[in-house]
Write a protein that binds this ligand. Structure first.
Ligand code: THU
Length: 136
C-alpha cells in the first residue's frame, strides 16, 4: 500500500474516536468516518441507525454532510473505521454521495481500530458515476 500521510493518520485517530459515538443498537456494527477536505480540515461522522432500519445513515455520509454544513464541498480523502479484521468498503449510497464531492484524486482509506488496511481511488470504487456534470 502507498505510504500513509500524516493527515490520514490524524483522520484515522479521529474516526476511531468518533466511532465510540456510533448509534447502532440494531446491527451492533459501529462505524467511524473522517474526511479531509481541500482546505485540509477533518470532519467526522458515525453511523446513526433507526428503528425503521431504512432511516439509517452511514458514518461516511454523516461526515460529508458535516463538511457541507460548513461550506466545504471538496473531498480529498475518506477514512472508514470498523473493528472488523477485513476492510469494510463503503456502501453504494455512500459511494454515490462521495462521487458528488470528489475529484479524480480523492482516495478512500479502509481501516480498523488498529491500522489502515487498504486504499482505493474513489473513482475506482464507483466507475462511470452519475455526477453533477451529467445534469448539464
Ligand atoms: N455502515 C456504515 O456506516 N458505513 C459503511 O461503510 C458500511 C455500513 C453502517 C450502516 C449500518 O448502521 C451498519 O453499518 C450495518 O450496515
Amino acid at each position: 500500500m502507498t505510504k500513509i500521510p500524516d493527515i490520514i493518520k490524524k483522520a484515522h485517530k479521529k474516526a476511531i474516536q468518533v466511532r465510540d459515538n456510533s448509534y447502532s443498537p440494531y446491527s451492533k456494527f459501529k462505524v467511524g468516518a473522517a474526511i479531509v477536505t481541500s482546505q485540509k480540515n477533518i470532519y467526522t461522522g458515525t453511523n446513526v441507525e433507526n428503528a425503521s432500519y431504512g432511516g439509517t445513515v452511514c458514518a461516511e455520509r454523516v461526515a460529508i454532510f458535516e463538511a457541507v454544513k460548513n461550506s466545504e464541498k471538496k473531498i480529498l480523502e475518506v477514512v472508514v473505521v470498523t473493528d472488523a479484521k477485513k476492510a469494510t468498503p463503503p456502501c453504494g449510497f455512500c459511494r454515490q454521495v462521495i462521487a458528488e464531492f470528489m475529484s479524480s484524486k480523492t482516495r478512500i482509506w479502509l481501516a480498523n481500530t488498529k491500522e489502515i488496511l487498504e486504499c482505493y481511488k474513489a473513482e475506482d470504487l464507483l466507475p462511470k458515476a452519475f455526477t453533477p456534470k451529467d445534469l448539464k
